[in-house]
Design a protein around this ligand. Structure first.
Ligand SMILES: C[S@@+](CC[C@H](N)C(=O)[O-])C[C@H]1O[C@@H](n2cnc3c(N)ncnc32)[C@H](O)[C@@H]1O
Length: 449
């Protein structure tokens, strides 16, 4: 029977912000939940954000410090998993083999994290064999950059090949905890009013100069619990991501298709930029994501977005030559958002990225027909890999350069901005020749039938 003791110690804060923090009690059940959640992520291969959300729902009585301790511990261990596995004295070759990730080993990995965060180990049965000195000793030994920076070998090789020296700084940035940014919903408020309202409620935010829709949350608040969120005054969205919708150059009254809309982060932003005038058709291959989009649109007061599930080629064919603007926020490796989703490091593979590259080119090629002559599209990813970004655009232009031209590219380097890594390219379709063929361009609304 494991001892269930409560242990007073200080709270682990991210390296950059560590400083004075009042001691909190470390409950056995909280650490046991961290271990169970790590098992869910590494053995059952579940998404870290879903696992954390599930634990919060399971423990509604946790206060904000418990929630913070829990979430930070899970994310820090996931982020530096290979490193802590190594410090725990476990065989590196097994760090990502679900069958080798036993509960006993998960406790050891957590201990490595806890000790490296500057704490004493608690008196729990599971950790009595752990030797603090051995962990500290291992942390001083030289290991490969991939182990030290906690990335898989295949990823280290691919990123070195694709980015060269730039990868070193990006890798370090992507190992930092993500900060929280919100997008002001200009359909309901403006940045100054929201900033003032949040300050009155005790939430401190900062503006960012060149992105007019952003507020930076200065601390980790439970944003989804805020009244202003429930009233639809803002959405949580990284600063880089907020640069994509304006890049499409939409205007009120336009016909816009957001073809990989997901849960609609960018659809809602497009609607705000269009002042809720015109039409946005939001497509996706997953109905549950579109359901979420509809809920969010309701909260945000967005009336111009219509969702359509892509069930086959017909959905796309009906939209041929329809849109003034098309957003292709394609499925990607997510290599630019590892700060937010560090578990992706342990779930991705080289083969999966190669598969995504084929899918992205297919989407770009087939869906570009949705844009009417004279219209524009934006191809976007939250990746930093040239093979998913500029090389895709160049490949498309090599085949379709007679009809399309590249207007502008946006490359957001996380190491330079401190925000997520993003890529976007805006392409313009040649205007129609004044021939009878142009009469084929539909001027009426395409049916959803
Ligand atoms: C990067 S996510 C989109 C995120 C979304 N635009 C946002 O801002 O919240 C890519 C989306 O593409 C969708 N998807 C995958 N394959 C697709 C396809 N063949 N056609 C359209 N959407 C697809 C995925 O379901 C996913 O929701």
């Amino acid at each position: 029977m494991p001892l269930r003791l409560t242990w007073a110690c200080t709270f682990p804060l991210p390296r950059r912000t560590r400083g004075f923090f009042p001691p909190v009690k470390l409950h056995y059940h909280l650490i046991a939940q961290i271990i169970r959640s790590l098992r869910d992520i590494f053995v059952d291969r579940r998404y870290a954000d879903k696992v954390v959300e599930f634990a919060f729902k399971k423990h509604p009585k946790w206060g904000s410090r418990d929630r913070r301790l829990f979430a930070e511990s899970v994310y820090e261990v996931v982020r530096h998993w290979r490193w802590y596995w190594h410090l725990a004295g476990l065989p590196d070759a097994e760090h990502n083999q679900p069958e080798a990730i036993t509960e006993e080993r998960l406790w050891y990995v957590w201990c490595a994290y806890w000790i490296m965060a500057g704490h004493e180990l608690p008196f729990f049965d599971e950790v009595v064999h752990v030797r603090r000195g051995a962990i500290i000793e291992r942390s001083k030994q030289e290991v490969s950059p991939a182990i030290q920076a906690s990335v898989p070998d295949w990823m280290e090789a691919r990123l070195n090949r694709e980015l060269g020296q730039a990868w070193i700084a990006i890798r370090a940035t992507l190992n930092q905890p993500a900060e929280v940014f919100i997008r002001v919903n200009t359909l309901k408020t403006d940045r100054r009013s929201l900033k003032t309202r949040l300050a009155q409620e005790g939430f401190i935010t900062e503006t960012i100069q060149d992105i007019p829709s952003v507020l930076h949350m200065k601390q980790r608040y439970h944003v989804f619990g805020m009244a202003a969120f429930k009233e639809g005054l803002f959405e949580v969205q990284d600063a880089s991501s907020q640069r994509v919708a304006p890049f499409l150059q939409v205007e009120p009254g336009m016909k816009v298709v957001d073809a990989c809309a997901g849960a609609g982060g960018k659809t809602l932003h497009l609607a705000a930029l269009m002042q809720n005038k015109g039409k946005i058709i939001a497509l996706d291959v997953h109905d549950w994501k579109l359901n979420e989009l509809r809920k969010r649109a309701g909260r945000a007061g967005v009336d111009v977005a219509e969702t359509r599930l892509i069930e086959g080629t017909k959905t796309l064919k009906r939209l041929t030559n329809y849109a003034d603007r098309l957003l292709l926020d394609v499925p990607c490796s997510g290599m630019g958002v590892l700060r937010r989703n560090p578990d992706a490091k342990w779930k991705l593979s080289d083969a999966e990225i190669d598969r995504l590259i084929i899918e992205q080119q297919d989407i770009l090629t087939r869906y570009s027909a949705i844009v009417k002559p004279g219209g524009k599209l934006v191809y976007a990813t939250c990746s930093i890999l040239p093979s998913e970004n500029e090389q895709q655009v160049q490949k498309f232009l090599a085949a379709h350069g007679a009809e399309w031209t590249l207007e502008e590219e946006l490359k957001i380097n996380p190491a330079e901005t401190g925000h997520d890594g993003f890529y976007a390219a805006r392409l313009a379709r040649k205007p129609a020749e004044p021939t009878p063929a142009s009469a084929a361009v539909p001027t009426t609304e395409p049916s959803a039938e």
